[in-house]
Write a protein that binds this ligand. Structure first.
Ligand code: ADP
Ligand code: MG
Length: 621
């Protein structure tokens, strides 16, 4: 509990104690009134201030106003106990809410810490990752493809395309070359860039995403939008109806020459007002979503907004990328074939070419090489998504990649008969042989697919840029019925488009991926899921859900969390509205007093908030 919450708890305890003491004593007016004003003030002063503030700002009709009007009304009718009780329950609900929000926020923050931002600085020919806070203005930093630019600066070497969509919403990549200014937060898509920094470490994506999750204002779920729209019209209607109920019947009675019974009608109007207050919904619905996001965070699942939680619960189609998503992305070298050079030399060239790449293949080749990379030998690096890498090493033109890359460069290559991913190497446009590498399927992949089948998915599809042989091998081991291979990033989008075009609009499509080349699909589907550990910044930025530990089982977990959360939301909506309707009927029949109203309003609110907190508990789903 933080300081504010402790203070609130103290206020609640004091108010309860005073309320109990006062209700045990028999005190005459006006002292009774004065004494009751003490707990009322203790527990409700901030609500009254907020209500006055709202009136001043011409935003009258909110839950503070309703609470203020209802309690002041009750006091006018000498129902002091009721007035204090309304404020008391309301504050208890608020306290629970603030506790749950704090808990969720803590979960999210600690989750974000797993993925710190960094800047690469070259020292004695190798790249070193440093805390961007420690980078002084004027330092040269290196940003490799797939990475986020950590600090604003000017390009001093290299050229590339930048994805600025996180900052500008503009989806067309921006080309940059030497002399161009670039801002932090963009993702480097293709070439290696050296940047001279012009500012201190500014906005990090981490804090931006956190902000996004916390405010999620532009990313509200349909239910939340419905509730806030509903409250917008509903609250004033309730207030005017209560006013009408207090004035019109006594007026009519007077005109008919009967006793006006003004106090009775005022009492009924106030009860009506208290019952109809929508605060149970206004408070518990957003809280359910935030608690759901917080609960997911605890499990290593980052969900970037409540709308995604809602969509996730409706997912029926899941499309997987292969390398780095269902496989570990840790390749072992199985052999080197058709090499005119010594095998080690071929691997040396390949490892150097891959030096700046974040692709799982690149990391594996560097591991296979096992020695220090001499960066001074490398220049003009270009990474081509779905193809491979071209660069210069020791002044020679080097190409490292798949069949497609060789075809694109008109280099004749030798086919391979082993099952594995084939990395061809060409030197000065001449074929130099290939390296066969193979990957292993992630531990939980099989179980994860089974879980998803159990959750009632209609279709599971695997898409990959890798060869057909490897793709079929993996798909059959995992029991994924549909697989498409040798796809370029654009082909992956096309395959997903086909699925999107041929489905029921209520069924949502998720894509799970890790690479820079997956970013276009991740932003195209209803819900993009990225690997947070292995995944590139580009994929993480483009995704709506990030699995921090790359565990595929977390997909079914995330879906279960979302379904639980939505179930809670619906429970709260039906429960709150149901109780209110029943209590309103009782009031209309003259069978309800203020205490029924208090239960229908703040009592229901406390129950709904407690129910919403269940969304935080996701461990055993
Ligand atoms: P997947 O869709 O399975 O994740 P990618 O689309 O990332 O695979 O890559 C598809 C293919 O493109 C790889 O199997 C590889 O042949 C080639 N490729 C991509 N990036 C590289 C690279 N950095 N080095 C070598 N080959 C690469
Ligand atoms: Mg991949």
């Amino acid at each position: 509990m933080n300081k504010k919450q402790k203070k609130m708890l103290a206020r609640i305890v004091v108010a309860i104690a005073l309320l109990v003491i006062l209700s045990l004593l028999k005190i005459n007016e006006p002292l009774n009134f004065i004494l009751y004003m003490i707990p009322y003030g203790v527990i409700g002063y901030d609500i009254l201030l907020k209500a006055v503030h709202g009136i001043k700002n011409k935003q009258v009709f909110d839950e503070n106003f309703l609470m203020a009007i209802a309690t002041v009304g009750a006091i006018c009718l000498a129902d002091y106990k009721e007035a204090v009780a309304v404020m008391l329950f309301y504050q208890i609900g608020e306290l629970f809410q603030s506790y749950a929000v704090g808990k969720s926020r803590q979960n999210i923050t600690s989750l974000m810490d797993i993925r710190p931002d960094y800047a690469n600085i070259e020292e004695n020919g190798t790249l070193k990752q440093v805390d961007p806070d420690d980078v002084e203005v004027g330092t040269i930093i290196t940003v490799v493809p797939g990475e986020k630019v950590p600090i604003d600066g000017i390009v001093v070497e290299g050229e590339s395309d930048l994805n600025t969509s996180a900052l500008t919403g503009e989806s067309v990549p921006r080309e940059v070359k030497v002399g161009d200014e670039i801002i932090s937060g963009c993702i480097n898509m293709s070439g290696v860039l050296k940047i001279k920094t012009t500012k201190e470490f500014g906005e990090s994506t981490v804090s931006k995403v956190l902000e996004l999750v916390e405010n999620a204002s532009s990313l509200k779920s349909k239910s939340e939008n419905f509730i806030s729209k509903f409250a917008h019209y509903y609250t004033p209607i309730v207030c005017y109806s209560a006013l009408a109920l207090a004035i019109l019947p006594p007026l009519a009675l007077t005109l008919m020459g009967k006793p006006a019974q003004f106090v009775d009608w005022l009492y009924r109007a106030l009860t009506f007002l208290v019952i109809s207050c929508p605060c149970a919904l206004v408070i518990s619905i957003p809280l359910s979503f935030f608690a759901g996001i917080g609960g997911a965070s605890k499990e290593g699942i980052l969900i970037k907004g409540s709308n995604y939680l809602e969509t996730l619960s409706q997912v029926k189609y899941i499309v997987f990328d292969k390398t780095g998503t269902v496989t570990k992305g840790i390749f072992e070298v199985n052999g080197v074939h058709h090499s005119k050079l010594a095998q080690d030399l071929l691997i040396e060239y390949a490892a150097h070419a891959e030096n700046y790449s974040n692709h799982p293949i690149a990391k594996s080749l560097k591991r296979a090489y096992g020695k220090e990379i001499d960066e001074s030998r490398i220049s003009d690096v270009k990474e081509i998504g779905g193809y491979g890498i071209t660069c210069k090493i020791d002044g020679k033109d080097i190409a490292v990649g798949n069949d497609k890359l060789m075809k694109m460069m008109n280099i004749e290559y030798a086919d391979c008969h082993s099952v594995g991913t084939i990395i061809h190497v060409a030197i000065n446009n001449e074929y130099a042989g290939h390296i066969v590498i193979s990957d292993v399927i992630k531990e939980h992949a099989q179980e994860a697919i089974e879980q998803l089948h159990k959750l009632g998915m209609k279709r599971l599809v695997m898409l990959t840029g890798d060869s057909d042989k490897v793709a079929r091998d993996v798909a059959s081991k995992l029991n994924v019925e549909e697989v498409h291979s040798q796809l370029l990033p654009a082909d992956k989008v096309a395959e997903v488009e086909k699925i999107l075009a041929n489905k029921n609009p209520d069924d949502k499509v998720a894509f799970v991926g890790d690479g820079i080349n997956d970013a276009p699909v991740l932003s195209r589907v209803d819900i993009g899921i990225a690997m947070g550990g292995l995944g590139s910044d580009a994929a993480i930025e483009a995704a709506d859900v990030v699995l921090m530990d790359d565990d595929l089982l977390k997909i079914s977990k995330a879906i279960k969390i979302s379904r639980k959360c939505l179930r809670i939301v619906h429970e709260n909506i039906y429960f709150a509205i149901g109780v209110k309707i029943i209590c309103l009927l009782l009031t209309a029949l003259g069978k309800a007093n203020m205490w029924v109203g208090i239960f229908a309003d703040v009592g229901v609110m406390v129950i709904a908030v407690l129910n919403a907190i269940r969304a935080l508990m996701v461990k055993n789903l």
